[in-house]
Design a protein around this ligand. Structure first.
Ligand SMILES: Nc1ncnc2c1ncn2[C@@H]1O[C@H](COP(=O)(O)OP(=O)(O)OP(=O)(O)O)[C@@H](O)[C@H]1O
Ligand SMILES: Nc1ncnc2c1ncn2[C@@H]1O[C@H](COP(=O)(O)OP(=O)(O)OP(=O)(O)O)[C@@H](O)[C@H]1O
Ligand SMILES: [Mg+2]
Ligand SMILES: [Mg+2]
Lengths: 228, 228
């Protein structure tokens, strides 16, 4: 469901070029649960954004959900993301003027679902992450961990084929982290949801079946997780 | 340096009142290094914002740096913050249109330091957190952990008496976390910097000398950290 070959991503800041990713090959099959770790600045978010088609490689090829993306227009990429992908951003990216429920409904609005159906699915997703009582709070009225859980609910509400989660438990206490990891594992095992998560937490990483480590924009190891 | 007595903080969202903090007493002496833990939504950020004078209690009294704040104007509170406090926010709150160096200089601009002095101190602070090479990147051109480290450098650059850090290592890998904790411990021991940090990470919490736990807006335990 994910094929990156020879993928490089560079940025220019003034005279300086930053090679955030260098010559990365990555294959993820349907139903896998992959964790990505690595030091701050090693390219994890850059990699996740490329896999999620939010960004284009500087060079190399990419195939997502069976589709070669190199010549797709921005609009076609947006459709692909909406149909197949769910995203949890490192900085959440909730709409500040919408309450939690409306934020969770957004992927369903894009798909044209009727309001009643959207409310039903969004409420169920908020309940799943323990936030039914915060449905009408706006992001500024939510704690950091509550905002993160709303972002997770939004990523899952449309039942995507592939979820890309950047530090999905970064703002969560241990109990909330366990709750989110239980949700991820259940969806992976029962519904074959493919998961690629970036995390700094070894315990969170070990919920996956495969652990990839980045260093300075390169993949330096790619191993199965032994106990699961 | 911090005295909260009977402090309560409530929010109204429509018909519902959320009691984020209930009847909290808290005393922190100069030179202490305090960690605050608790579940998501238990009131940690609310407590930190009150200690940092970014918010006012709904009821109860507060004394910071020897000054009773209950009747201070917003301007007077802003001056008090700038003179005595350094803040690391859970969501960093960097100025998006300024590069890392200019962001770190901001507390010194407020104090009227000349440009050359500000640059010198800000560069030293960025070096301390390992980001000299990112001085001219804007927040959007920085990784999550790099943004967090810029926020930490900004909090420390003015040599405050008291630092309030909300999840200061939340976006950091273990190596960067150790670096930040080493900085905090050194400033605490060598310069008597008073530190109040919120964290979900037990290892980070145990770098402090005292551990306070919140649950549903109340202090439920307040114990020394035994090994240090
Ligand atoms: N402006 C607001 N209006 C209404 N409720 C609020 C507001 N700000 C915070 N709350 C609520 O107050 C409670 C405490 O929030 P706070 O941000 O202090 O929690 P926290 O302990 O920092 O949580 P986390 O670990 O998730 O960051 C939460 O349940 C939150 O929903
Ligand atoms: N728009 C940009 N312009 C210039 N450099 C960038 C840009 N975005 C990211 N970078 C740089 O690319 C490198 C990789 O960034 P990335 O966000 O992928 O790191 P990361 O592994 O997610 O780090 P963290 O764990 O801190 O979130 C960083 O050194 C960062 O400074
Ligand atoms: Mg990142
Ligand atoms: Mg918080």
């Amino acid at each position: 469901v994910v094929r990156l070959a020879g993928v490089t991503r560079s940025y220019r800041t003034g005279q300086v070029r930053v090679d955030a990713l260098r010559d990365v090959d990555l294959s993820v099959e349907s139903g896998e649960f992959v964790s990505i770790m690595g030091p701050s600045g090693s390219g994890k978010s850059t990699l996740l954004n490329l896999v999620g088609c939010l960004d284009r490689p500087t060079s190399g090829s990419r195939e997502i959900a069976g589709q070669l993306t190199d010549r797709m227009s921005d609009g076609a990429l947006a459709d692909l993301r909406n149909r197949f992908l769910g995203f949890v951003f490192q900085d959440f990216r909730l709409m500040p003027d919408l309450d939690a429920l409306a934020n969770v409904e957004l992927p369903l609005v894009y798909r044209g679902l009727p309001a009643r159906e959207r409310h039903r699915l969004a409420r169920a997703a908020l309940e799943e992450v323990g936030l039914a009582a915060r449905a009408h709070h706006r992001p500024a009225q939510l704690s950091g961990g509550e905002q993160q859980r709303v972002a997770i609910a939004r990523a899952l509400v449309g039942q995507p084929a592939l979820i890309l989660a950047d530090e999905p438990t970064g703002a969560l206490d241990s109990q909330s982290s366990r709750m989110i990891m239980a949700i991820f594992q259940r969806l992976n095992r029962e519904r074959g949801l493919t998961i690629v998560q970036v995390t700094h937490d070894e315990r969170v990483a070990r919920h996956g079946g495969r652990l990839i480590r980045l260093l300075d924009g390169r993949v330096v190891s790619d191993e199965p997780v032994v106990e699961r």
